[in-house]
Design a protein around this ligand. Structure first.
Ligand code: NBP
Length: 483
């Protein structure tokens, strides 16, 4: 607490779990933090429980909050995304003065951020849409932060954000991503990659549990072993923790007690929608979003559970060694994860080109190494890949990753084949392999599709042997005309 004359370097509006933890993080790092929440109980709770952790200036109104900030004022909004964010932006903008900075740290849709920045800029204020990853633990102890907005705001914000961000090898997990919606766009794709990453872990679990017959406790150890190698990551680490957990009430593995319907808040869906608009296949992320949707279709699953399975095999029928299968599944997971990241970076590149953001993919790999949910050793390899070739057309073409794919591909194919033979769903493993084979194919059935399009809609086609557009007179003598 302060004596009233002191001004705050930063302010946080919205003191639910994310906002209060972020405010504490700033305070613990030596900054004076102004705090305000619509309902005052949250402000009071923060001060009574954590006021001793640093200098806080609690405010009872937006006006009081704004008045307590040093200039240029910097206020981070951590309220529910959508209309709540618009309401708070409006209140702040009314109370602020030229040159002040409003930062939206919530999970806003990037197109909303583009709109808000334009509106706020008209009022002489700065608006920064900043993606913040790492959940409540990250907000408190060091998140990965992805700020967009005008480059000029980085000077006023950079040191503050660097002080609270996660650090990897001394490098803070924050950098200016690009103008207007760039920060929220990359945070959105980060979340999409997170969906795919979680789903491929889920598919590995499904196969090893229900086809290979390992128990959750045994699988906790398998994932712990995997966490020592290429797959070393936060998500693999917490998977072991979840699989080890025993339900106190029933004595059964907790994973067997949890209802198998995955929730979603929308950022995965946004990633896929944006990718569709940009024309970028993000099949891994898409299948992961659909898999969550399917899991939640309880009534349909109830009705379809008895659909014919055909002749199912067991690993024993197939002569598959269980231990060898574990290693094959690890490789299928790794390969599918690689595809999901490659696709996510493709989407970021396309978004950056479409909106003129000039996002550096190397920066992203760097700041995702710590603090965020997809943090993984693997991201160091992505940094190296973009270091070696900043214009890399696909991550898969980096010599290290191409070499890895060569090591993984046979096992990946075996796993997809076995999964279909034993009747276990592996939507991301399988679709990622098809995507990969599509990239490799010399000829795709798109030629036939062009023929069909020309047949029913005179949409024309191009020929492999000469330039121009052509149409076959399908309903006449089937001769070809150049159009
Ligand atoms: P919530 O998303 O649950 O939002 C609750 C906060 O919004 C409260 O402070 C509430 O004030 C405030 N609020 C609402 Br609701 N409507 C308001 C309005 N019209 N005017 C002013 N304040 C209003 O909080 P959260 O889970 O801490 O998340 C904050 C942001 O961070 C969200 O955008 C979220 O998407 C994002 N995020 C969350 C996570 C996570 O792990 N939870 C991770 C990354 C990003 P009240 O107390 O008066 O109701």
């Amino acid at each position: 607490m302060t004596d009233g004359s002191k001004k705050a370097q930063i302010g946080v509006v919205g003191l639910a779990v994310m906002g209060s933890n972020l405010a504490r993080n700033f305070a613990r790092n030596g900054h004076t933090v102004a705090v305000y929440n619509r309902s005052q109980e949250k402000t009071e709770a923060l001060i009574s429980q954590h006021g001793g952790e640093g200098d806080f200036i609690p405010a009872a109104s937006i006006e009081e909050f704004v008045a307590s900030l040093e200039r240029p004022r910097r206020a981070i909004i951590m309220v529910q995304a959508g209309t709540a964010t618009d309401a708070v932006i409006g209140q702040l903008a009314d109370a602020m003065e030229e040159g002040d900075i409003i930062i939206d740290g919530g999970n806003a849709l990037f197109s909303d951020t583009i709109r808000r920045e334009a509106e706020i800029a008209e009022r002489g204020l700065n608006f920064v849409g900043a993606g913040i990853s790492g959940g409540e633990e990250g907000a408190l102890n060091g998140p990965s932060i992805m700020p967009g907005g005008p480059q000029s705001t980085w000077e006023a914000l950079g040191p503050l954000l660097e002080s609270v961000a996660a650090k990897v090898d001394g490098t803070p997990c924050v950098t200016h991503i690009g103008p207007d919606g760039a920060g929220h766009f990359v945070k959105m794709v980060h979340n999409g990659i997170e969906y795919a990453d979680m789903q491929v872990i889920g598919e590995a679990y499904q196969l090893l549990r229900y086809a290979a017959g390992y128990s959750p406790a045994e699988l906790a150890q398998v994932f712990r072993d995997w966490n020592q190698g290429d797959l070393d990551s936060y998500l693999i680490e917490i998977t072991s923790e979840v699989l080890d957990q025993v339900d106190a009430e029933t004595g059964k593995p907790l994973v067997d007690i949890i209802v198998d319907q995955a929730g979603q808040k929308g950022t995965g869906r946004w990633t896929v929608k944006a990718a569709l608009d940009l024309g970028i296949p993000v099949t891994g992320i898409g299948e992961a979003v659909f898999a969550r949707a399917l899991s939640g279709s309880a009534a349909q699953r109830e009705a379809t559970g008895a659909l014919p399975a055909g002749t199912l095999q067991t690993l024993k029928d197939l002569g598959v060694d269980r231990e060898a299968f574990v290693e094959d599944v690890r490789k299928a997971l790794y390969a599918s994860k690689l595809i999901a990241y490659a696709q996510g970076f493709d989407e970021i590149k396309a978004g950056s080109e479409e909106y003129g953001w000039n996002v550096d993919p190397r920066d992203l790999a760097t700041i995702w190494r710590g603090g965020c949910i997809i943090r993984a050793k693997f991201l160091n390899r992505i940094v190296d890949a973009y270091d070696a070739d900043p214009e890399l057309p696909s991550l898969l073409l980096d010599p290290y990753f191409t070499g890895e794919l060569e090591e993984l591909i046979d096992a990946w194919r075996r796993v997809v084949v076995i999964a279909t033979q034993v009747g276990q769903p592996v939507p991301v493993f399988a679709s990622s392999l098809s995507y990969y084979d599509s990239l490799r194919s010399e000829r795709l059935p798109a030629a036939l599709i062009q023929g069909q399009r020309d047949f029913f809609g005179a949409h024309t086609y191009r020929r492999v042997d000469k330039p121009g557009s052509f149409h076959t007179l399908w309903s006449e003598d089937r001769s070809e005309v150049e159009v």
